[in-house]
Design a binder for this molecule. Sequence first.
Ligand code: PFF
Length: 452
Amino acid sequence: MNQSEQWSSRIGFILASAGSAIGLGAIWKFPYVAGISGGGAFFFIFLLFTLILGLPLLLAEFAIGRSTQKDAIESYKAIAPNTKWHFVGYLGLVTSFILLSFYSVIGGWIIAYIFRTITGQLNGISAEQYGIVFAETISNPGISISVHFLFMLLTVVVVAKGVQNGIEKANYIMMPALFIIFILLIIRSLTLSHASEGISFLFFPDFSKLNSEAVLAALGQSFFTLSVGASTMVTYSSYVKKSENLPRSALSIVMMNIFVVVLAGLAIFPAVFSFGLQPDAGPVLLFQVLPNVFSHMPFGILFFLAFLVLFLFAALTSSFSMLEIIVAVISKGDKSLRKKWSWIIGFIIFLMGIPSALSYGPWSDITILGKSIFDAADFLVSNMLLPLGALLIAIFVPYKMKKSVLMEEMQHGGGFAKGLFNMWYFALKYIAPIAIIFVLLDVLGVWDLLFG
Ligand code: PFF
C-alpha cells in the first residue's frame, strides 16, 4: 500500500501501534501465564526480555517499514533484492493467519461476556459460579463459534475501511478510557483484604520456580505483547511520515505496554488472593477474577460492562493489525481490492479458528503433542513462530541494512544519540540472536544433552 495510506499524525501512529501491541497479550494472557509460571520471577524475565530484546526488535521492524514505505513482503525485497529474505514477510503472514484464528476466539469470549452481563446473568453470583459460567460459555460450540464470528466480523468491517478512517479514529477515545477504568479496578483490588499477597506474588521473584519452559514463555510473551516477529510493525510503520521520530515512538509503545501489563497484574493478583482463588487457574483467570472485583464495587456491573467494552476494543485494535498486514500485501494500495480481500481473508481466518473455538468443548479430547488445538496453535505462534521471526529480523537489519541508512532513519524528527544508536545496534546484532537461539535450544533440551 505504498504511501497511499498514512497515519495523519504522530499520535495516530503511536496509538495505532500501541493498539496493536496492547491487547489480549497484556491484559488476559500475561496474568494467566505469569500465574502458571511462578509470578514475580516470570514478570522479571518478561521485563528484561521486553527491554533488551523486544524494544530493539520493535525499532528494527520500524526501520524496515518506514525506510521502504512498503508492505511486509515488498519491504524485504526492496532492502535485499534477489534474495530469499522476503520469506521473513511470508512467515509474518502465516503467523498472523494462525494467530488471528485463535485470537478471535478469545475476543469472542469477551463478546459473550458482554451479552451475559447485559442480560443480567452475571449479577450477584459467587466467586466459584463465575468460573462455572465461564466454563459453560467457552465449552458451548454454538456460543463460541458465533461470538468468534462476530469478533472477526468487527475486525473485517474496520480493516476494510482502511487505515486512517477505520483504525486510527477509534483508537483516540478507547485507549485512554481503558487506562481510566483500569485505575478504578486497581483501587478496588488493592483495598481488598489480603491484597498484599497478590503484590508479593507478582513482584517478588522466586527464581526457584523458573524452568526453561517458563523462560521460553516469557520470551514469547514479550514478543507477543509487543506484536514483534510477525512484521506487523513493519506494515504499520510503513504508513508513518518521514518526519516522525521512531525511537521515541518505540519507547512510548513499550512503556505503555509495560504499564498495561502492570495494571492488569495489579487488578488481578491482589483479588486472586483475596478471594482465595488460584493464580495458576489458566485462561479462566481474568474472566473469573475481575467480575468478582467489580461485584465488590458500587455500580459494579456497569463498570464491568464498561471494562468489557474497552477490553474488547483493545483486542480488536490488535486484531486489526494482524488482518492489515495480510490485506496490505494482497491489495497493494488498491481501495476496492482492500475491501474485497478483507472480507475473503477474514472469512478464511474465521473458518481456521473453528477448531480452536471447539477445543474447549466438543473437541477438547483432540490433542496435538499433548496440547489442545487452541494451546497448540498458541504455542506454535507465541513460542516458536514469533521468536523465529524476531530472530530473522534481528539478523536481517544489521546485516542487510547499511548502518548509515539506519542512523539516518533513526534521526528523523529528532535526535537519537550516537551512544544509544550503538546500544540498539549491538542489542540487535549480538544480544537478540544469541539470546533467542539460547532459549530455543534450551527448550529443545540441547543444553541438558550437552552438559547433562
Ligand atoms: N500484541 C497483541 C496482544 O498482545 O494482544 C498480539 C499480537 C498482535 C501479536 C499482532 C503479534 C502481532 F503481529
